[in-house]
Ligand binder design. Structure first.
Ligand code: NAD
Ligand code: ZN
Length: 360
């Protein structure tokens, strides 16, 4: 069996397989001989993932920059600290930056690489499921600012992405499930066969199911390639996300142990599937299959009436709204998404109520 498979070629190759089997020597010629390599890791990927790639000959002398793990790392101050380290290391433009981690590392690492000296080459080696099928692909890089997510950033593509599902072995189960919610979303907006495959497996099985990761990567890269700067079609990736973002912000403010983004997405998909039935004629039986599947994987999150009032306030401020209309991406059947649906607040509230009835 081939140990490395190229999933997609353009605008940059994405490979899946055993990372040590990749021919980094050839890669060195492709990007005209990088003189230095800097690997950016967080506390966890330093322990669990770095040892594996340090065995690759062209990475052996790499310098390491370690960041704290978690969303709070995505700050402009941390980017400044990275630039200070880059400066001390005398990095030239033919340096290769390797982002080894989840979406936090690819977002800040890609941003830091792109701004420094007008752009260093960088590659992504995603180590969370979410980063493998979503965050590492699509060229969005950046940091949070003044309480706003991804407020500062730039579009910039990596040279290449390597996906090695071995890294998932050490990923906490909660993180794995959160990433799985985005695979569910990819299937629902674009890939009916992926949906059929998902129904037959458990999230833990993705370790052995390169086919599922490949299809999910394919969905994301196809969408971003047809609309790299998010003018229209890329918005289909927002399915489940308008409500998810509000629940995520609400949870961050109110819970000691807030929901992960993907956990909020799972709830958002249920609510927006409900909206899809009412507004887009999604078949009720299909919707039921989606509700049953998602509620079997994710436990109930308590949302009372007061919470719904707060959630609606947050949704009103969503970046995606235009001219006072609340804007949603919905599906009309599995694999088919429609952007720019305007939904009344009453119906949004109803969909969130509906979510809570699923678990009783
Ligand atoms: N740029 C984009 O298009 C895009 C898309 C989606 C999400 N994002 C961003 O991605 C971020 C979320 O990414 P994430 O979910 O990967 O979170 P993350 O990077 O914070 O990783 C989650 C946790 O898992 C740990 N971890 C990572 N790999 C591990 C491994 N193999 N073994 C053990 N522990 C490991 C990390 O240290 C961290 O504690 C958010 O900041 C979000 O805004 C960006
Ligand atoms: Zn998401």
């Amino acid at each position: 069996m081939e140990r490395i498979i190229k999933i997609i070629e353009n605008p940059y190759p994405i490979y899946i397989g055993e990372i040590n089997a990749f021919d980094f020597e050839r890669f060195q010629q492709i990007i005209k001989g990088f003189s230095k390599v800097v690997i950016i890791v967080d506390e966890n990927t330093k322990i669990h993932c770095l040892p594996k790639i340090m065995g690759i000959p062209s990475l052996k002398n790499a310098k390491i920059i370690e960041l704290k793990s978690g969303e709070s790392t995505k700050t402009i101050q941390n980017a400044i600290d990275i630039w200070a380290e880059f400066t001390e290391m005398n990095l030239e433009r033919n340096t290769l930056i390797v982002n080894l981690g989840g979406g936090v590392i690819s977002d800040i690492g890609g941003f830091a690489a792109t701004i420094f000296k007008r752009g260093l080459h960088y590659i992504n080696i995603p180590t969370t499921l979410l980063a493998m099928i979503d965050a590492s692909i699509g060229g969005k890089t950046g940091v949070n600012f003044k309480g706003y997510k991804n407020q500062l950033g730039v579009f910039s593509d990596p040279e290449v992405i390597f996906i090695d599902t071995d890294f998932l072995q050490t990923l906490p189960k909660r993180q794995l499930y959160a990433g799985f919610a985005e695979i569910i979303k990819h299937a629902l907006i674009m890939d009916t066969s992926l949906w059929d495959m998902l129904l037959k497996i458990k999230p833990e099985d993705v370790y052995f199911q390169n086919e599922i990761i490949k299809r999910a990567v394919y969905v994301k890269s196809n969408i971003v390639n047809s609309d790299p700067l998010e003018k229209d079609i890329r918005k289909i990736l927002n399915f489940g996300h308008t409500i998810a973002h509000s629940i995520e912000s609400y949870s961050m403010k109110n819970d000691a142990n807030p929901l992960l983004h993907g956990e909020a997405v799972a709830i958002g998909i249920i609510c927006e599937t409900y909206l899809s039935v009412v507004k887009n004629g999604l078949n009720a039986e299909t919707a039921k299959q989606i509700y049953t599947y998602i509620s079997s994987l994710f436990s109930r999150y308590n949302i009372d009436n007061n919470a719904i009032v707060e959630l609606l306030q947050i949704i009103r401020q969503d970046k995606k709204n235009k001219n006072g209309k609340l804007n949603f991406t919905l599906i009309s059947e599995i694999g088919k998404a429609l952007i720019d649906n305007n939904i009344d607040e009453d119906l949004i509230a109803e969909s969130i109520h509906f979510y809570s009835t699923l678990y009783v």
